[in-house]
Design a binder for this molecule. Structure first.
Ligand code: ZOZ
Ligand code: NAD
Length: 696
């Protein structure tokens, strides 16, 4: 018997206990152990029932995702679930923690299910680009009906025990040790004369309006294929026998497995977990943190304070004047009311935060006990330096001094303090209490335990933290500046902002770059362009001024009602602002450019080539440690479609040699902008991929 499944007897019940920490993924050894356990129980004298239970945190978290993409090993899960279901003994699942994907499928192969009140079940395969492949799409609808099964399997959401009981997914809820409640429940079933109750013999679900179901799912999927595959499979459960339905599920599962989206989504799953694991932080204790000071309570400072308050920190907000302080408090309270409305906090928690945890001040002395200070004042070096000098004067020794700057040099900011080892960049994204990304920007002298503290903060705020080095814009904004510039060049050459937004939204971005610019405020890009021009452009560097004129006409995006789009009919209406195209045309005339047509395909190719090329420079220079750090930055901070895995995973999938060839071709017209990244050239020369660098 496999050591992953312990076999024991409790009277006439054989107990199979999965022990594959941390979450009992159904690896080959676990599957084999379950099979051996079932066969042994059936062969042993006096066994009347089998109880399957998980040791540790969960029943089963699903198939072992690490085995995907490799040749499947026997016993295959769909067969095993069928084998459990076919047992002449009564088979019971005692479920605690999560029962996800293959884990719920194993439970549905059992004849009865008892769960702890805190147990959660679900079919999250859709988030990995696949569908449940071990009968989930055929058995769940037989328990719940097609509508509920579709909702559960197309969203992948976790269903709590009480709801699962109501839907018929579990038969009973009992509090207690999973083995004890499982044994007690099985004894009760045996006493009542229960017999095996295979779901495969239950009635097929009633038909629903399948075209409406397909249309509804597609409308939400934004180009992701797996939700549509789920509908196909569930439809098969209603239209065919169980055996034929299983064949349909198998065929659809294989089709899903073969997609690039599956590769992208599984890359995202593992990278999301790997990104915050840095070898140099192993064994490094973060500094203790309970009080946070935030300097500047505008959009970002208020969002950061909200995030910290919602995670149980106490926050002292410092503003320039009592009036600015009140405005900052108003912004924070409005964010907190939103959290209350959405059920993220209770009324009592809301009251406690507002009354006790938040303090608004104008005097730096109030920051002297804070463990972590996060500066979020205007994006101007001189102002930031003044703030840091004042922090240096009042903050206690060991306090971490952080800047939320978007582009400025953290080394220069640190240089005005007597303790550069305590200075770090903590770059949040707007709105900071909602967006998941945190760039932890490590400066030349930052101490390692200060880096650990940055990552600890990210974890406590439930964010995805990415390590970045110091450069203009760190990982994300530096790459953004480059692909945004590629878009600006396409505009000069003949594309419109609306064509570009549409092509990229069809590619899967949550929003195109011009809609994003309107949201962020066009004055931000305006300030960056002004700064870059002041620093001096290269002689062959392309530049344009139409966007500056837009800002100078008062069009700063959503906040002024107009930017690239006119928002007078509502923020979602997205009507093109009629002032934009004439400004662009005038610029083309001024620069003597004859415009040409761009297909959606060319727009995406140029935009992505610029993104990948800059990302390769960012990795090559060590600003990002690994390609996956860039991928996660773009996924969690910039609306990059998760099902494409991130720009560098996308590049691996489409082929690096073709991309490099295109970059070299574009460079014939614009050698300044299209300088191929040395790392990209090296990978192509060595026949390697970006993903190879993630493994090392
Ligand atoms: O980890 C959270 C989670 O949601 N896991 C994924 C659950 C999931 O997607 N299950 C479905 C899997 S696909 C499937 O089951 C396909 C199917 O229908 C059958 C296919 C038939 C094939 C036929 C072939 C012929 C979870 C909620 C479980 C726990 O969250 P936490 O935040 O507490 O912990 P994490 O996320 O940090 O996880 C702890 C460690 O466990 C690793 N892990 C989690 N689920 C895994 C898994 N490893 C392999 N397979 C899984 N299913 C996770 O990577 C992490 O590892 P470390 O190394 O970072 O600690
Ligand atoms: P903002 O203009 O909305 O807010 C700045 C706030 O700082 C104002 O409330 C102002 O009163 C206050 N302030 C200015 N000088 C101060 C001082 N000396 N002492 C105390 N308070 C002072 O700006 P924002 O958008 O919140 O940006 C703040 C910082 O965050 C900038 O460095 C910016 O680059 C960065 N950032 C912005 C975004 C974004 O999307 N807006 C995203 C990430 C990072």
């Amino acid at each position: 018997m496999s050591s992953k499944i312990a076999y024991s007897r409790q009277g006439d019940i054989a107990v199979l206990t999965a022990q594959n920490p941390p979450v009992n993924a159904l690896s080959q050894a676990v599957r084999q152990g379950l099979l051996d356990g079932v066969e042994r129980a059936e062969a042993e004298d006096g066994v009347k029932a089998i109880l399957i239970v998980g040791a540790g945190r969960a029943f089963f978290a699903g198939a072992d995702i690490k085995e995907f993409g490799k040749p499947p090993l026997e016993p295959h899960l769909p067969w095993l679930v069928g084998r459990i279901e076919a047992s002449p003994l009564v088979v019971v699942a005692s479920m605690h923690g999560v029962s996800l994907g293959g884990g719920l499928e194993v439970a549905m192969g059992c004849h009865y299910r008892v769960a702890q009140p805190s147990a959660r079940v679900g079919l999250p395969e859709v988030h990995l680009g696949i569908i449940p492949g071990a009968g989930g799409t055929q058995r769940l609808p037989r328990l719940t009906g097609a509508d509920a099964a579709l909702e559960i399997a197309t969203t992948g959401r976790h269903v709590g025990a009480a709801e699962a009981l109501k839907l018929g997914i579990v038969d009973a809820i009992e509090e207690g040790d999973p083995t004890e409640i499982g044994v007690a429940y099985t004894e009760k079933l045996l006493a009542e004369g229960a017999v095996p109750r295979p779901i495969c013999e239950m009635h097929a679900p009633a038909a629903i309006d399948w075209s409406a179901a397909h249309a509804a799912v597609e409308a939400r999927a934004r180009g992701q294929l797996s939700p549509g595959f789920v509908v196909e499979a569930v439809q098969a459960s209603a239209e065919h026998s169980f055996e034929e339905g299983m064949k349909a599920e198998r065929a659809i599962f294989r089709k899903a497995m073969d997609t690039d989206q599956r590769k992208g989504l599984i890359h995202a799953f593992f990278s999301e977990r790997a990104v915050s694991t840095l070898p140099e932080l192993k064994g490094v204790e973060p500094r203790p943190m309970s009080q946070i000071g935030v300097i500047g309570g505008g959009t970002m400072g208020a969002g950061i304070a909200t995030a910290a308050l919602l995670s149980g920190f106490s926050v002292t907000m410092l503003e320039m004047s009592p009036e600015a302080g009140e405005a900052a408090r108003g912004r924070i309270e409005s964010n907190l009311s939103g959290a209350l409305k959405r059920g993220k906090i209770s009324a009592e928690q809301h009251a406690a935060i507002v009354e006790k945890a938040l303090q608004v001040v104008t005097d730096y002395n109030a920051l002297k006990d804070a463990d972590l200070l996060i500066e979020a004042v205007f994006e101007e070096m001189e102002i930031k330096k003044k703030v840091f000098a004042q922090l240096d004067a009042v903050c206690k020794p060991g306090a971490v001094l952080a800047s939320n700057t978007s582009y400025l040099d953290i080394n220069e900011i640190a240089s005005v303090t007597s303790r550069p080892e305590d200075v770090i960049g903590l770059h949040f994204f707007s709105p900071a209490h909602v967006m998941k990304l945190l760039e932890v920007v490590v400066a030349d002298k930052t101490a390692i335990d200060v880096v650990a503290t940055g990552f600890d903060l990210g974890k406590r705020l439930r964010k995805i933290s990415v390590r970045a080095g110091v450069c203009d814009g760190f990982i994300g904004n530096r790459i953004l500046s480059t692909y945004r510039t590629a878009a600006d060049h396409m505009i000069l050459d003949g594309a419109s902002p609306y064509e570009i937004d549409k092509a990229l939204e069809d590619f899967g971005f949550a929003m195109g770059p011009f809609a994003v610019a309107d949201l962020a405020g066009l004055d931000i890009g305006y300030a960056v362009r002004k700064r870059k021009r002041a620093e001096g452009l290269q002689p062959n560097e392309r530049d344009s001024h139409y966007a500056d004129k837009l800002v100078e006409h008062g069009h700063k995006g959503q906040k002024t009602g107009k930017g690239y789009y006119d928002y007078s009919a509502g923020m979602k209406a997205r009507v093109p602002n009629p002032d934009v195209l004439p400004l662009i045309k005038a610029e083309r005339v001024e620069q003597d450019i004859s415009s040409r047509e761009f297909t959606d395909q060319e727009i995406v190719r140029r935009y992505m080539a610029a993104m990948v090329n800059e990302a390769a420079k960012v990795v090559g220079e060590g600003i990002a440690r690994r390609p996956l750090d860039v991928d996660m930055t773009l996924l969690f901070g910039y609306g990059f479609p998760r099902y494409r895995g991130g720009p560098l995973k996308w590049a691996d999938i489409v082929g690096l040699d073709g991309l490099l060839a295109d970059i070299n071709r574009y460079a014939e017209d614009d050698p300044h902008f299209w300088q191929p990244a040395p790392l990209l050239e090296q990978l192509v020369a060595e026949g390697k991929t970006f993903d190879d660098l993630n493994q090392s």
